[in-house]
Design a binder for this molecule. Structure first.
Ligand SMILES: [Ca+2]
Ligand SMILES: [Ca+2]
Length: 211
């Protein structure tokens, strides 16, 4: 009596495994799949089960399986747990900034009485003078015996030092003594400014203004 391999006629679902037995056959869905092996095997969404992954882990369903990964800011074996990384241990903030560890991330903030970008560095708000490079459009107007200079627009070239409020610059009182026709021109200037407090800024002197 001859052995017939019933599996050779592919009686199972395409996704199923056929096991030839003596005089018969069995269809089996592979691990990670469910359903009727005679019709179709479908992937099990393991992520739908609670506790599929460890705490803080992200579950990713894949065909026939699933993955547990620790998101950015966490470390560990996702299957078991993901632990918050204390980024502050590596001093990621700029100078004069305070690091605060958070779940999955961290924050940097300027120390009290300091201002700036806490990730790049903060400077004291008690600084009295600083030089800022800016492209400034100026309008010069002859008023009686002197030439009044007013700012038309300010584009800071090096704005990283301080969060300087351009509007404050625009409103700053500005006068210059010179003789010229009224004109508007853009020119890079160095503005010597004094910082009174935080973002309040007074223009006290301009150098290199259009000749
Ligand atoms: Ca799956
Ligand atoms: Ca953290």
């Amino acid at each position: 009596m001859g052995h017939i391999n019933e599996c050779s006629s592919s009686p199972c679902a395409a996704t199923a495994q056929c096991i030839n037995t003596n005089g018969s056959y069995t269809c089996l869905c592979p691990a990670g799949y469910t359903g009727s092996a005679n019709e179709d095997c479908v992937d099990i969404n393991e992520c739908g089960r609670s506790g599929a992954c460890g705490i803080n882990a992200k579950c990713i369903n894949v065909p026939g399986s699933f993955k547990c990964i620790c998101p950015q800011g966490f470390t560990g074996q996702g299957q078991l747990y993901c632990e918050n990384i204390n980024e502050c241990e590596t001093n990621p903030c700029g100078e004069n900034a305070v690091c605060k560890d958070t779940l999955g991330s961290y924050t940097c903030s300027c120390k009290e009485d300091y201002t700036g970008d806490p990730f790049k560095g903060c400077i004291s708000m008690n600084v009295t003078k600083l030089t800022v490079q800016a492209d400034v459009a100026v309008k010069m107007q002859f008023v009686q015996t002197y030439l009044e200079l007013s700012l038309v627009s300010v584009h800071l070239v090096s704005p990283v030092i301080l969060p300087i409020n351009v509007k404050t610059l625009m409103n700053a009182p500005s006068q210059i003594l010179a003789e010229s026709e009224p004109f508007v021109k853009t020119h890079p200037v160095h503005i010597l400014a004094s910082v009174l407090k935080a973002q309040s800024l007074t223009l006290i002197q301009k150098l290199d203004v259009m000749k």
